[in-house]
Write a protein of this length. Structure first.
Length: 269
């Protein structure tokens, strides 16, 4: 961040996918200058007292099915603190503008006449697949990547659009709607043999990758007790994942995975 952060201002900070060393220098600078930090559940917070040594730390994180602090109240908190002359940081996981409601918080600040800036962060949509050895695009395999939110069930039109576009589909916040997504894509014509991966707890100590065909991924997920947070990756790029990743993830292979192995051999051959 260039210059000194003005008092009475808000900075939305993307904390990245969870690993402290994947935060940007600009993000750390903003935290160091903060008087108050409003942080999310998935933001990197283990070292937050050291990163923001003079700041009040306020947890406003949402959990599945439980929004302890409503979004509108978060906006009011940011505005109130800034109007009181405090240097305010809103720390989010990933990137503030990728399914993180950053746009709403920026709008709330602007409507109140409060100065607001945004520090981008590395999105889990791309970083978490990479942590499992999965490139979301690859020459000769996939030239498109669509990132969607699985928070709410996809409509029939959206499902059909994903199948028609082809390429890689990355679903964030999709554990609760996994069955709807998987069955809907197949109903709309996606091949049941399509390689599919679920990457849990990306960049955390409990990171784990489950790989199966689209038709088998639900049973694989049930068998392993898949839980949030997790990123779902659907497409032939999944076949490029390392079979024994060096970061501790375990992968499971289900029946019907010969197609996945064949794709991997073709891609590297």
């Amino acid at each position: 961040m260039s210059g000194e952060t003005p008092r009475g201002a808000v900075t939305l900070v993307g904390g990245g996918p969870g690993a402290a060393d994947l935060m940007t220098v600009r993000a750390r600078d903003a935290l160091a200058a903060a008087d108050v930090v409003y942080h999310d559940r998935l933001a990197p917070t283990d070292d937050l007292p050291a990163w923001a040594p003079r700041a009040e730390l306020v947890d406003v994180g949402k959990r599945p099915g439980h929004h302890r602090v409503p979004q509108e109240e978060i906006g009011r908190m940011l505005v109130s603190a800034a109007r009181a002359g405090r240097v305010v940081v809103r720390l989010k996981g990933g990137d503030p503008y990728v399914f993180a409601r950053g746009g709403e918080e920026v709008a709330a600040c602007r409507a109140a006449g409060v100065s607001v800036t945004v520090v981008p962060g590395i999105s889990s949509a791309f970083a978490v697949p990479a942590a499992a050895g999965i490139p979301v695009t690859a020459r000769g395999v996939s030239k498109a990547c669509t990132v969607i939110s699985g928070h709410d069930p996809l409509t029939e039109e959206e499902l059909a659009g994903l199948v028609g576009l082809g390429g890689t589909v990355v679903v964030l916040m999709g554990v609760g709607t996994l069955g709807h997504t998987v069955s809907g894509l197949q109903r709309r014509g996606m091949a049941p043999t399509t390689p599919t991966a679920i990457v849990e707890q990306g960049f955390g100590a409990a990171q784990r990758t489950t790989i199966a065909s689209l038709s088998e991924v639900l049973s694989a997920a049930a068998g392993r007790g898949i839980g949030a947070p997790a990123v779902l990756v659907i497409g032939d790029v999944v076949a490029l994942a390392a079979r024994e990743p060096g970061t501790g993830e375990a992968a499971v292979e289900r029946p019907g995975m010969r197609h996945v192995r064949d794709l991997a051999a073709t891609a590297v051959g």
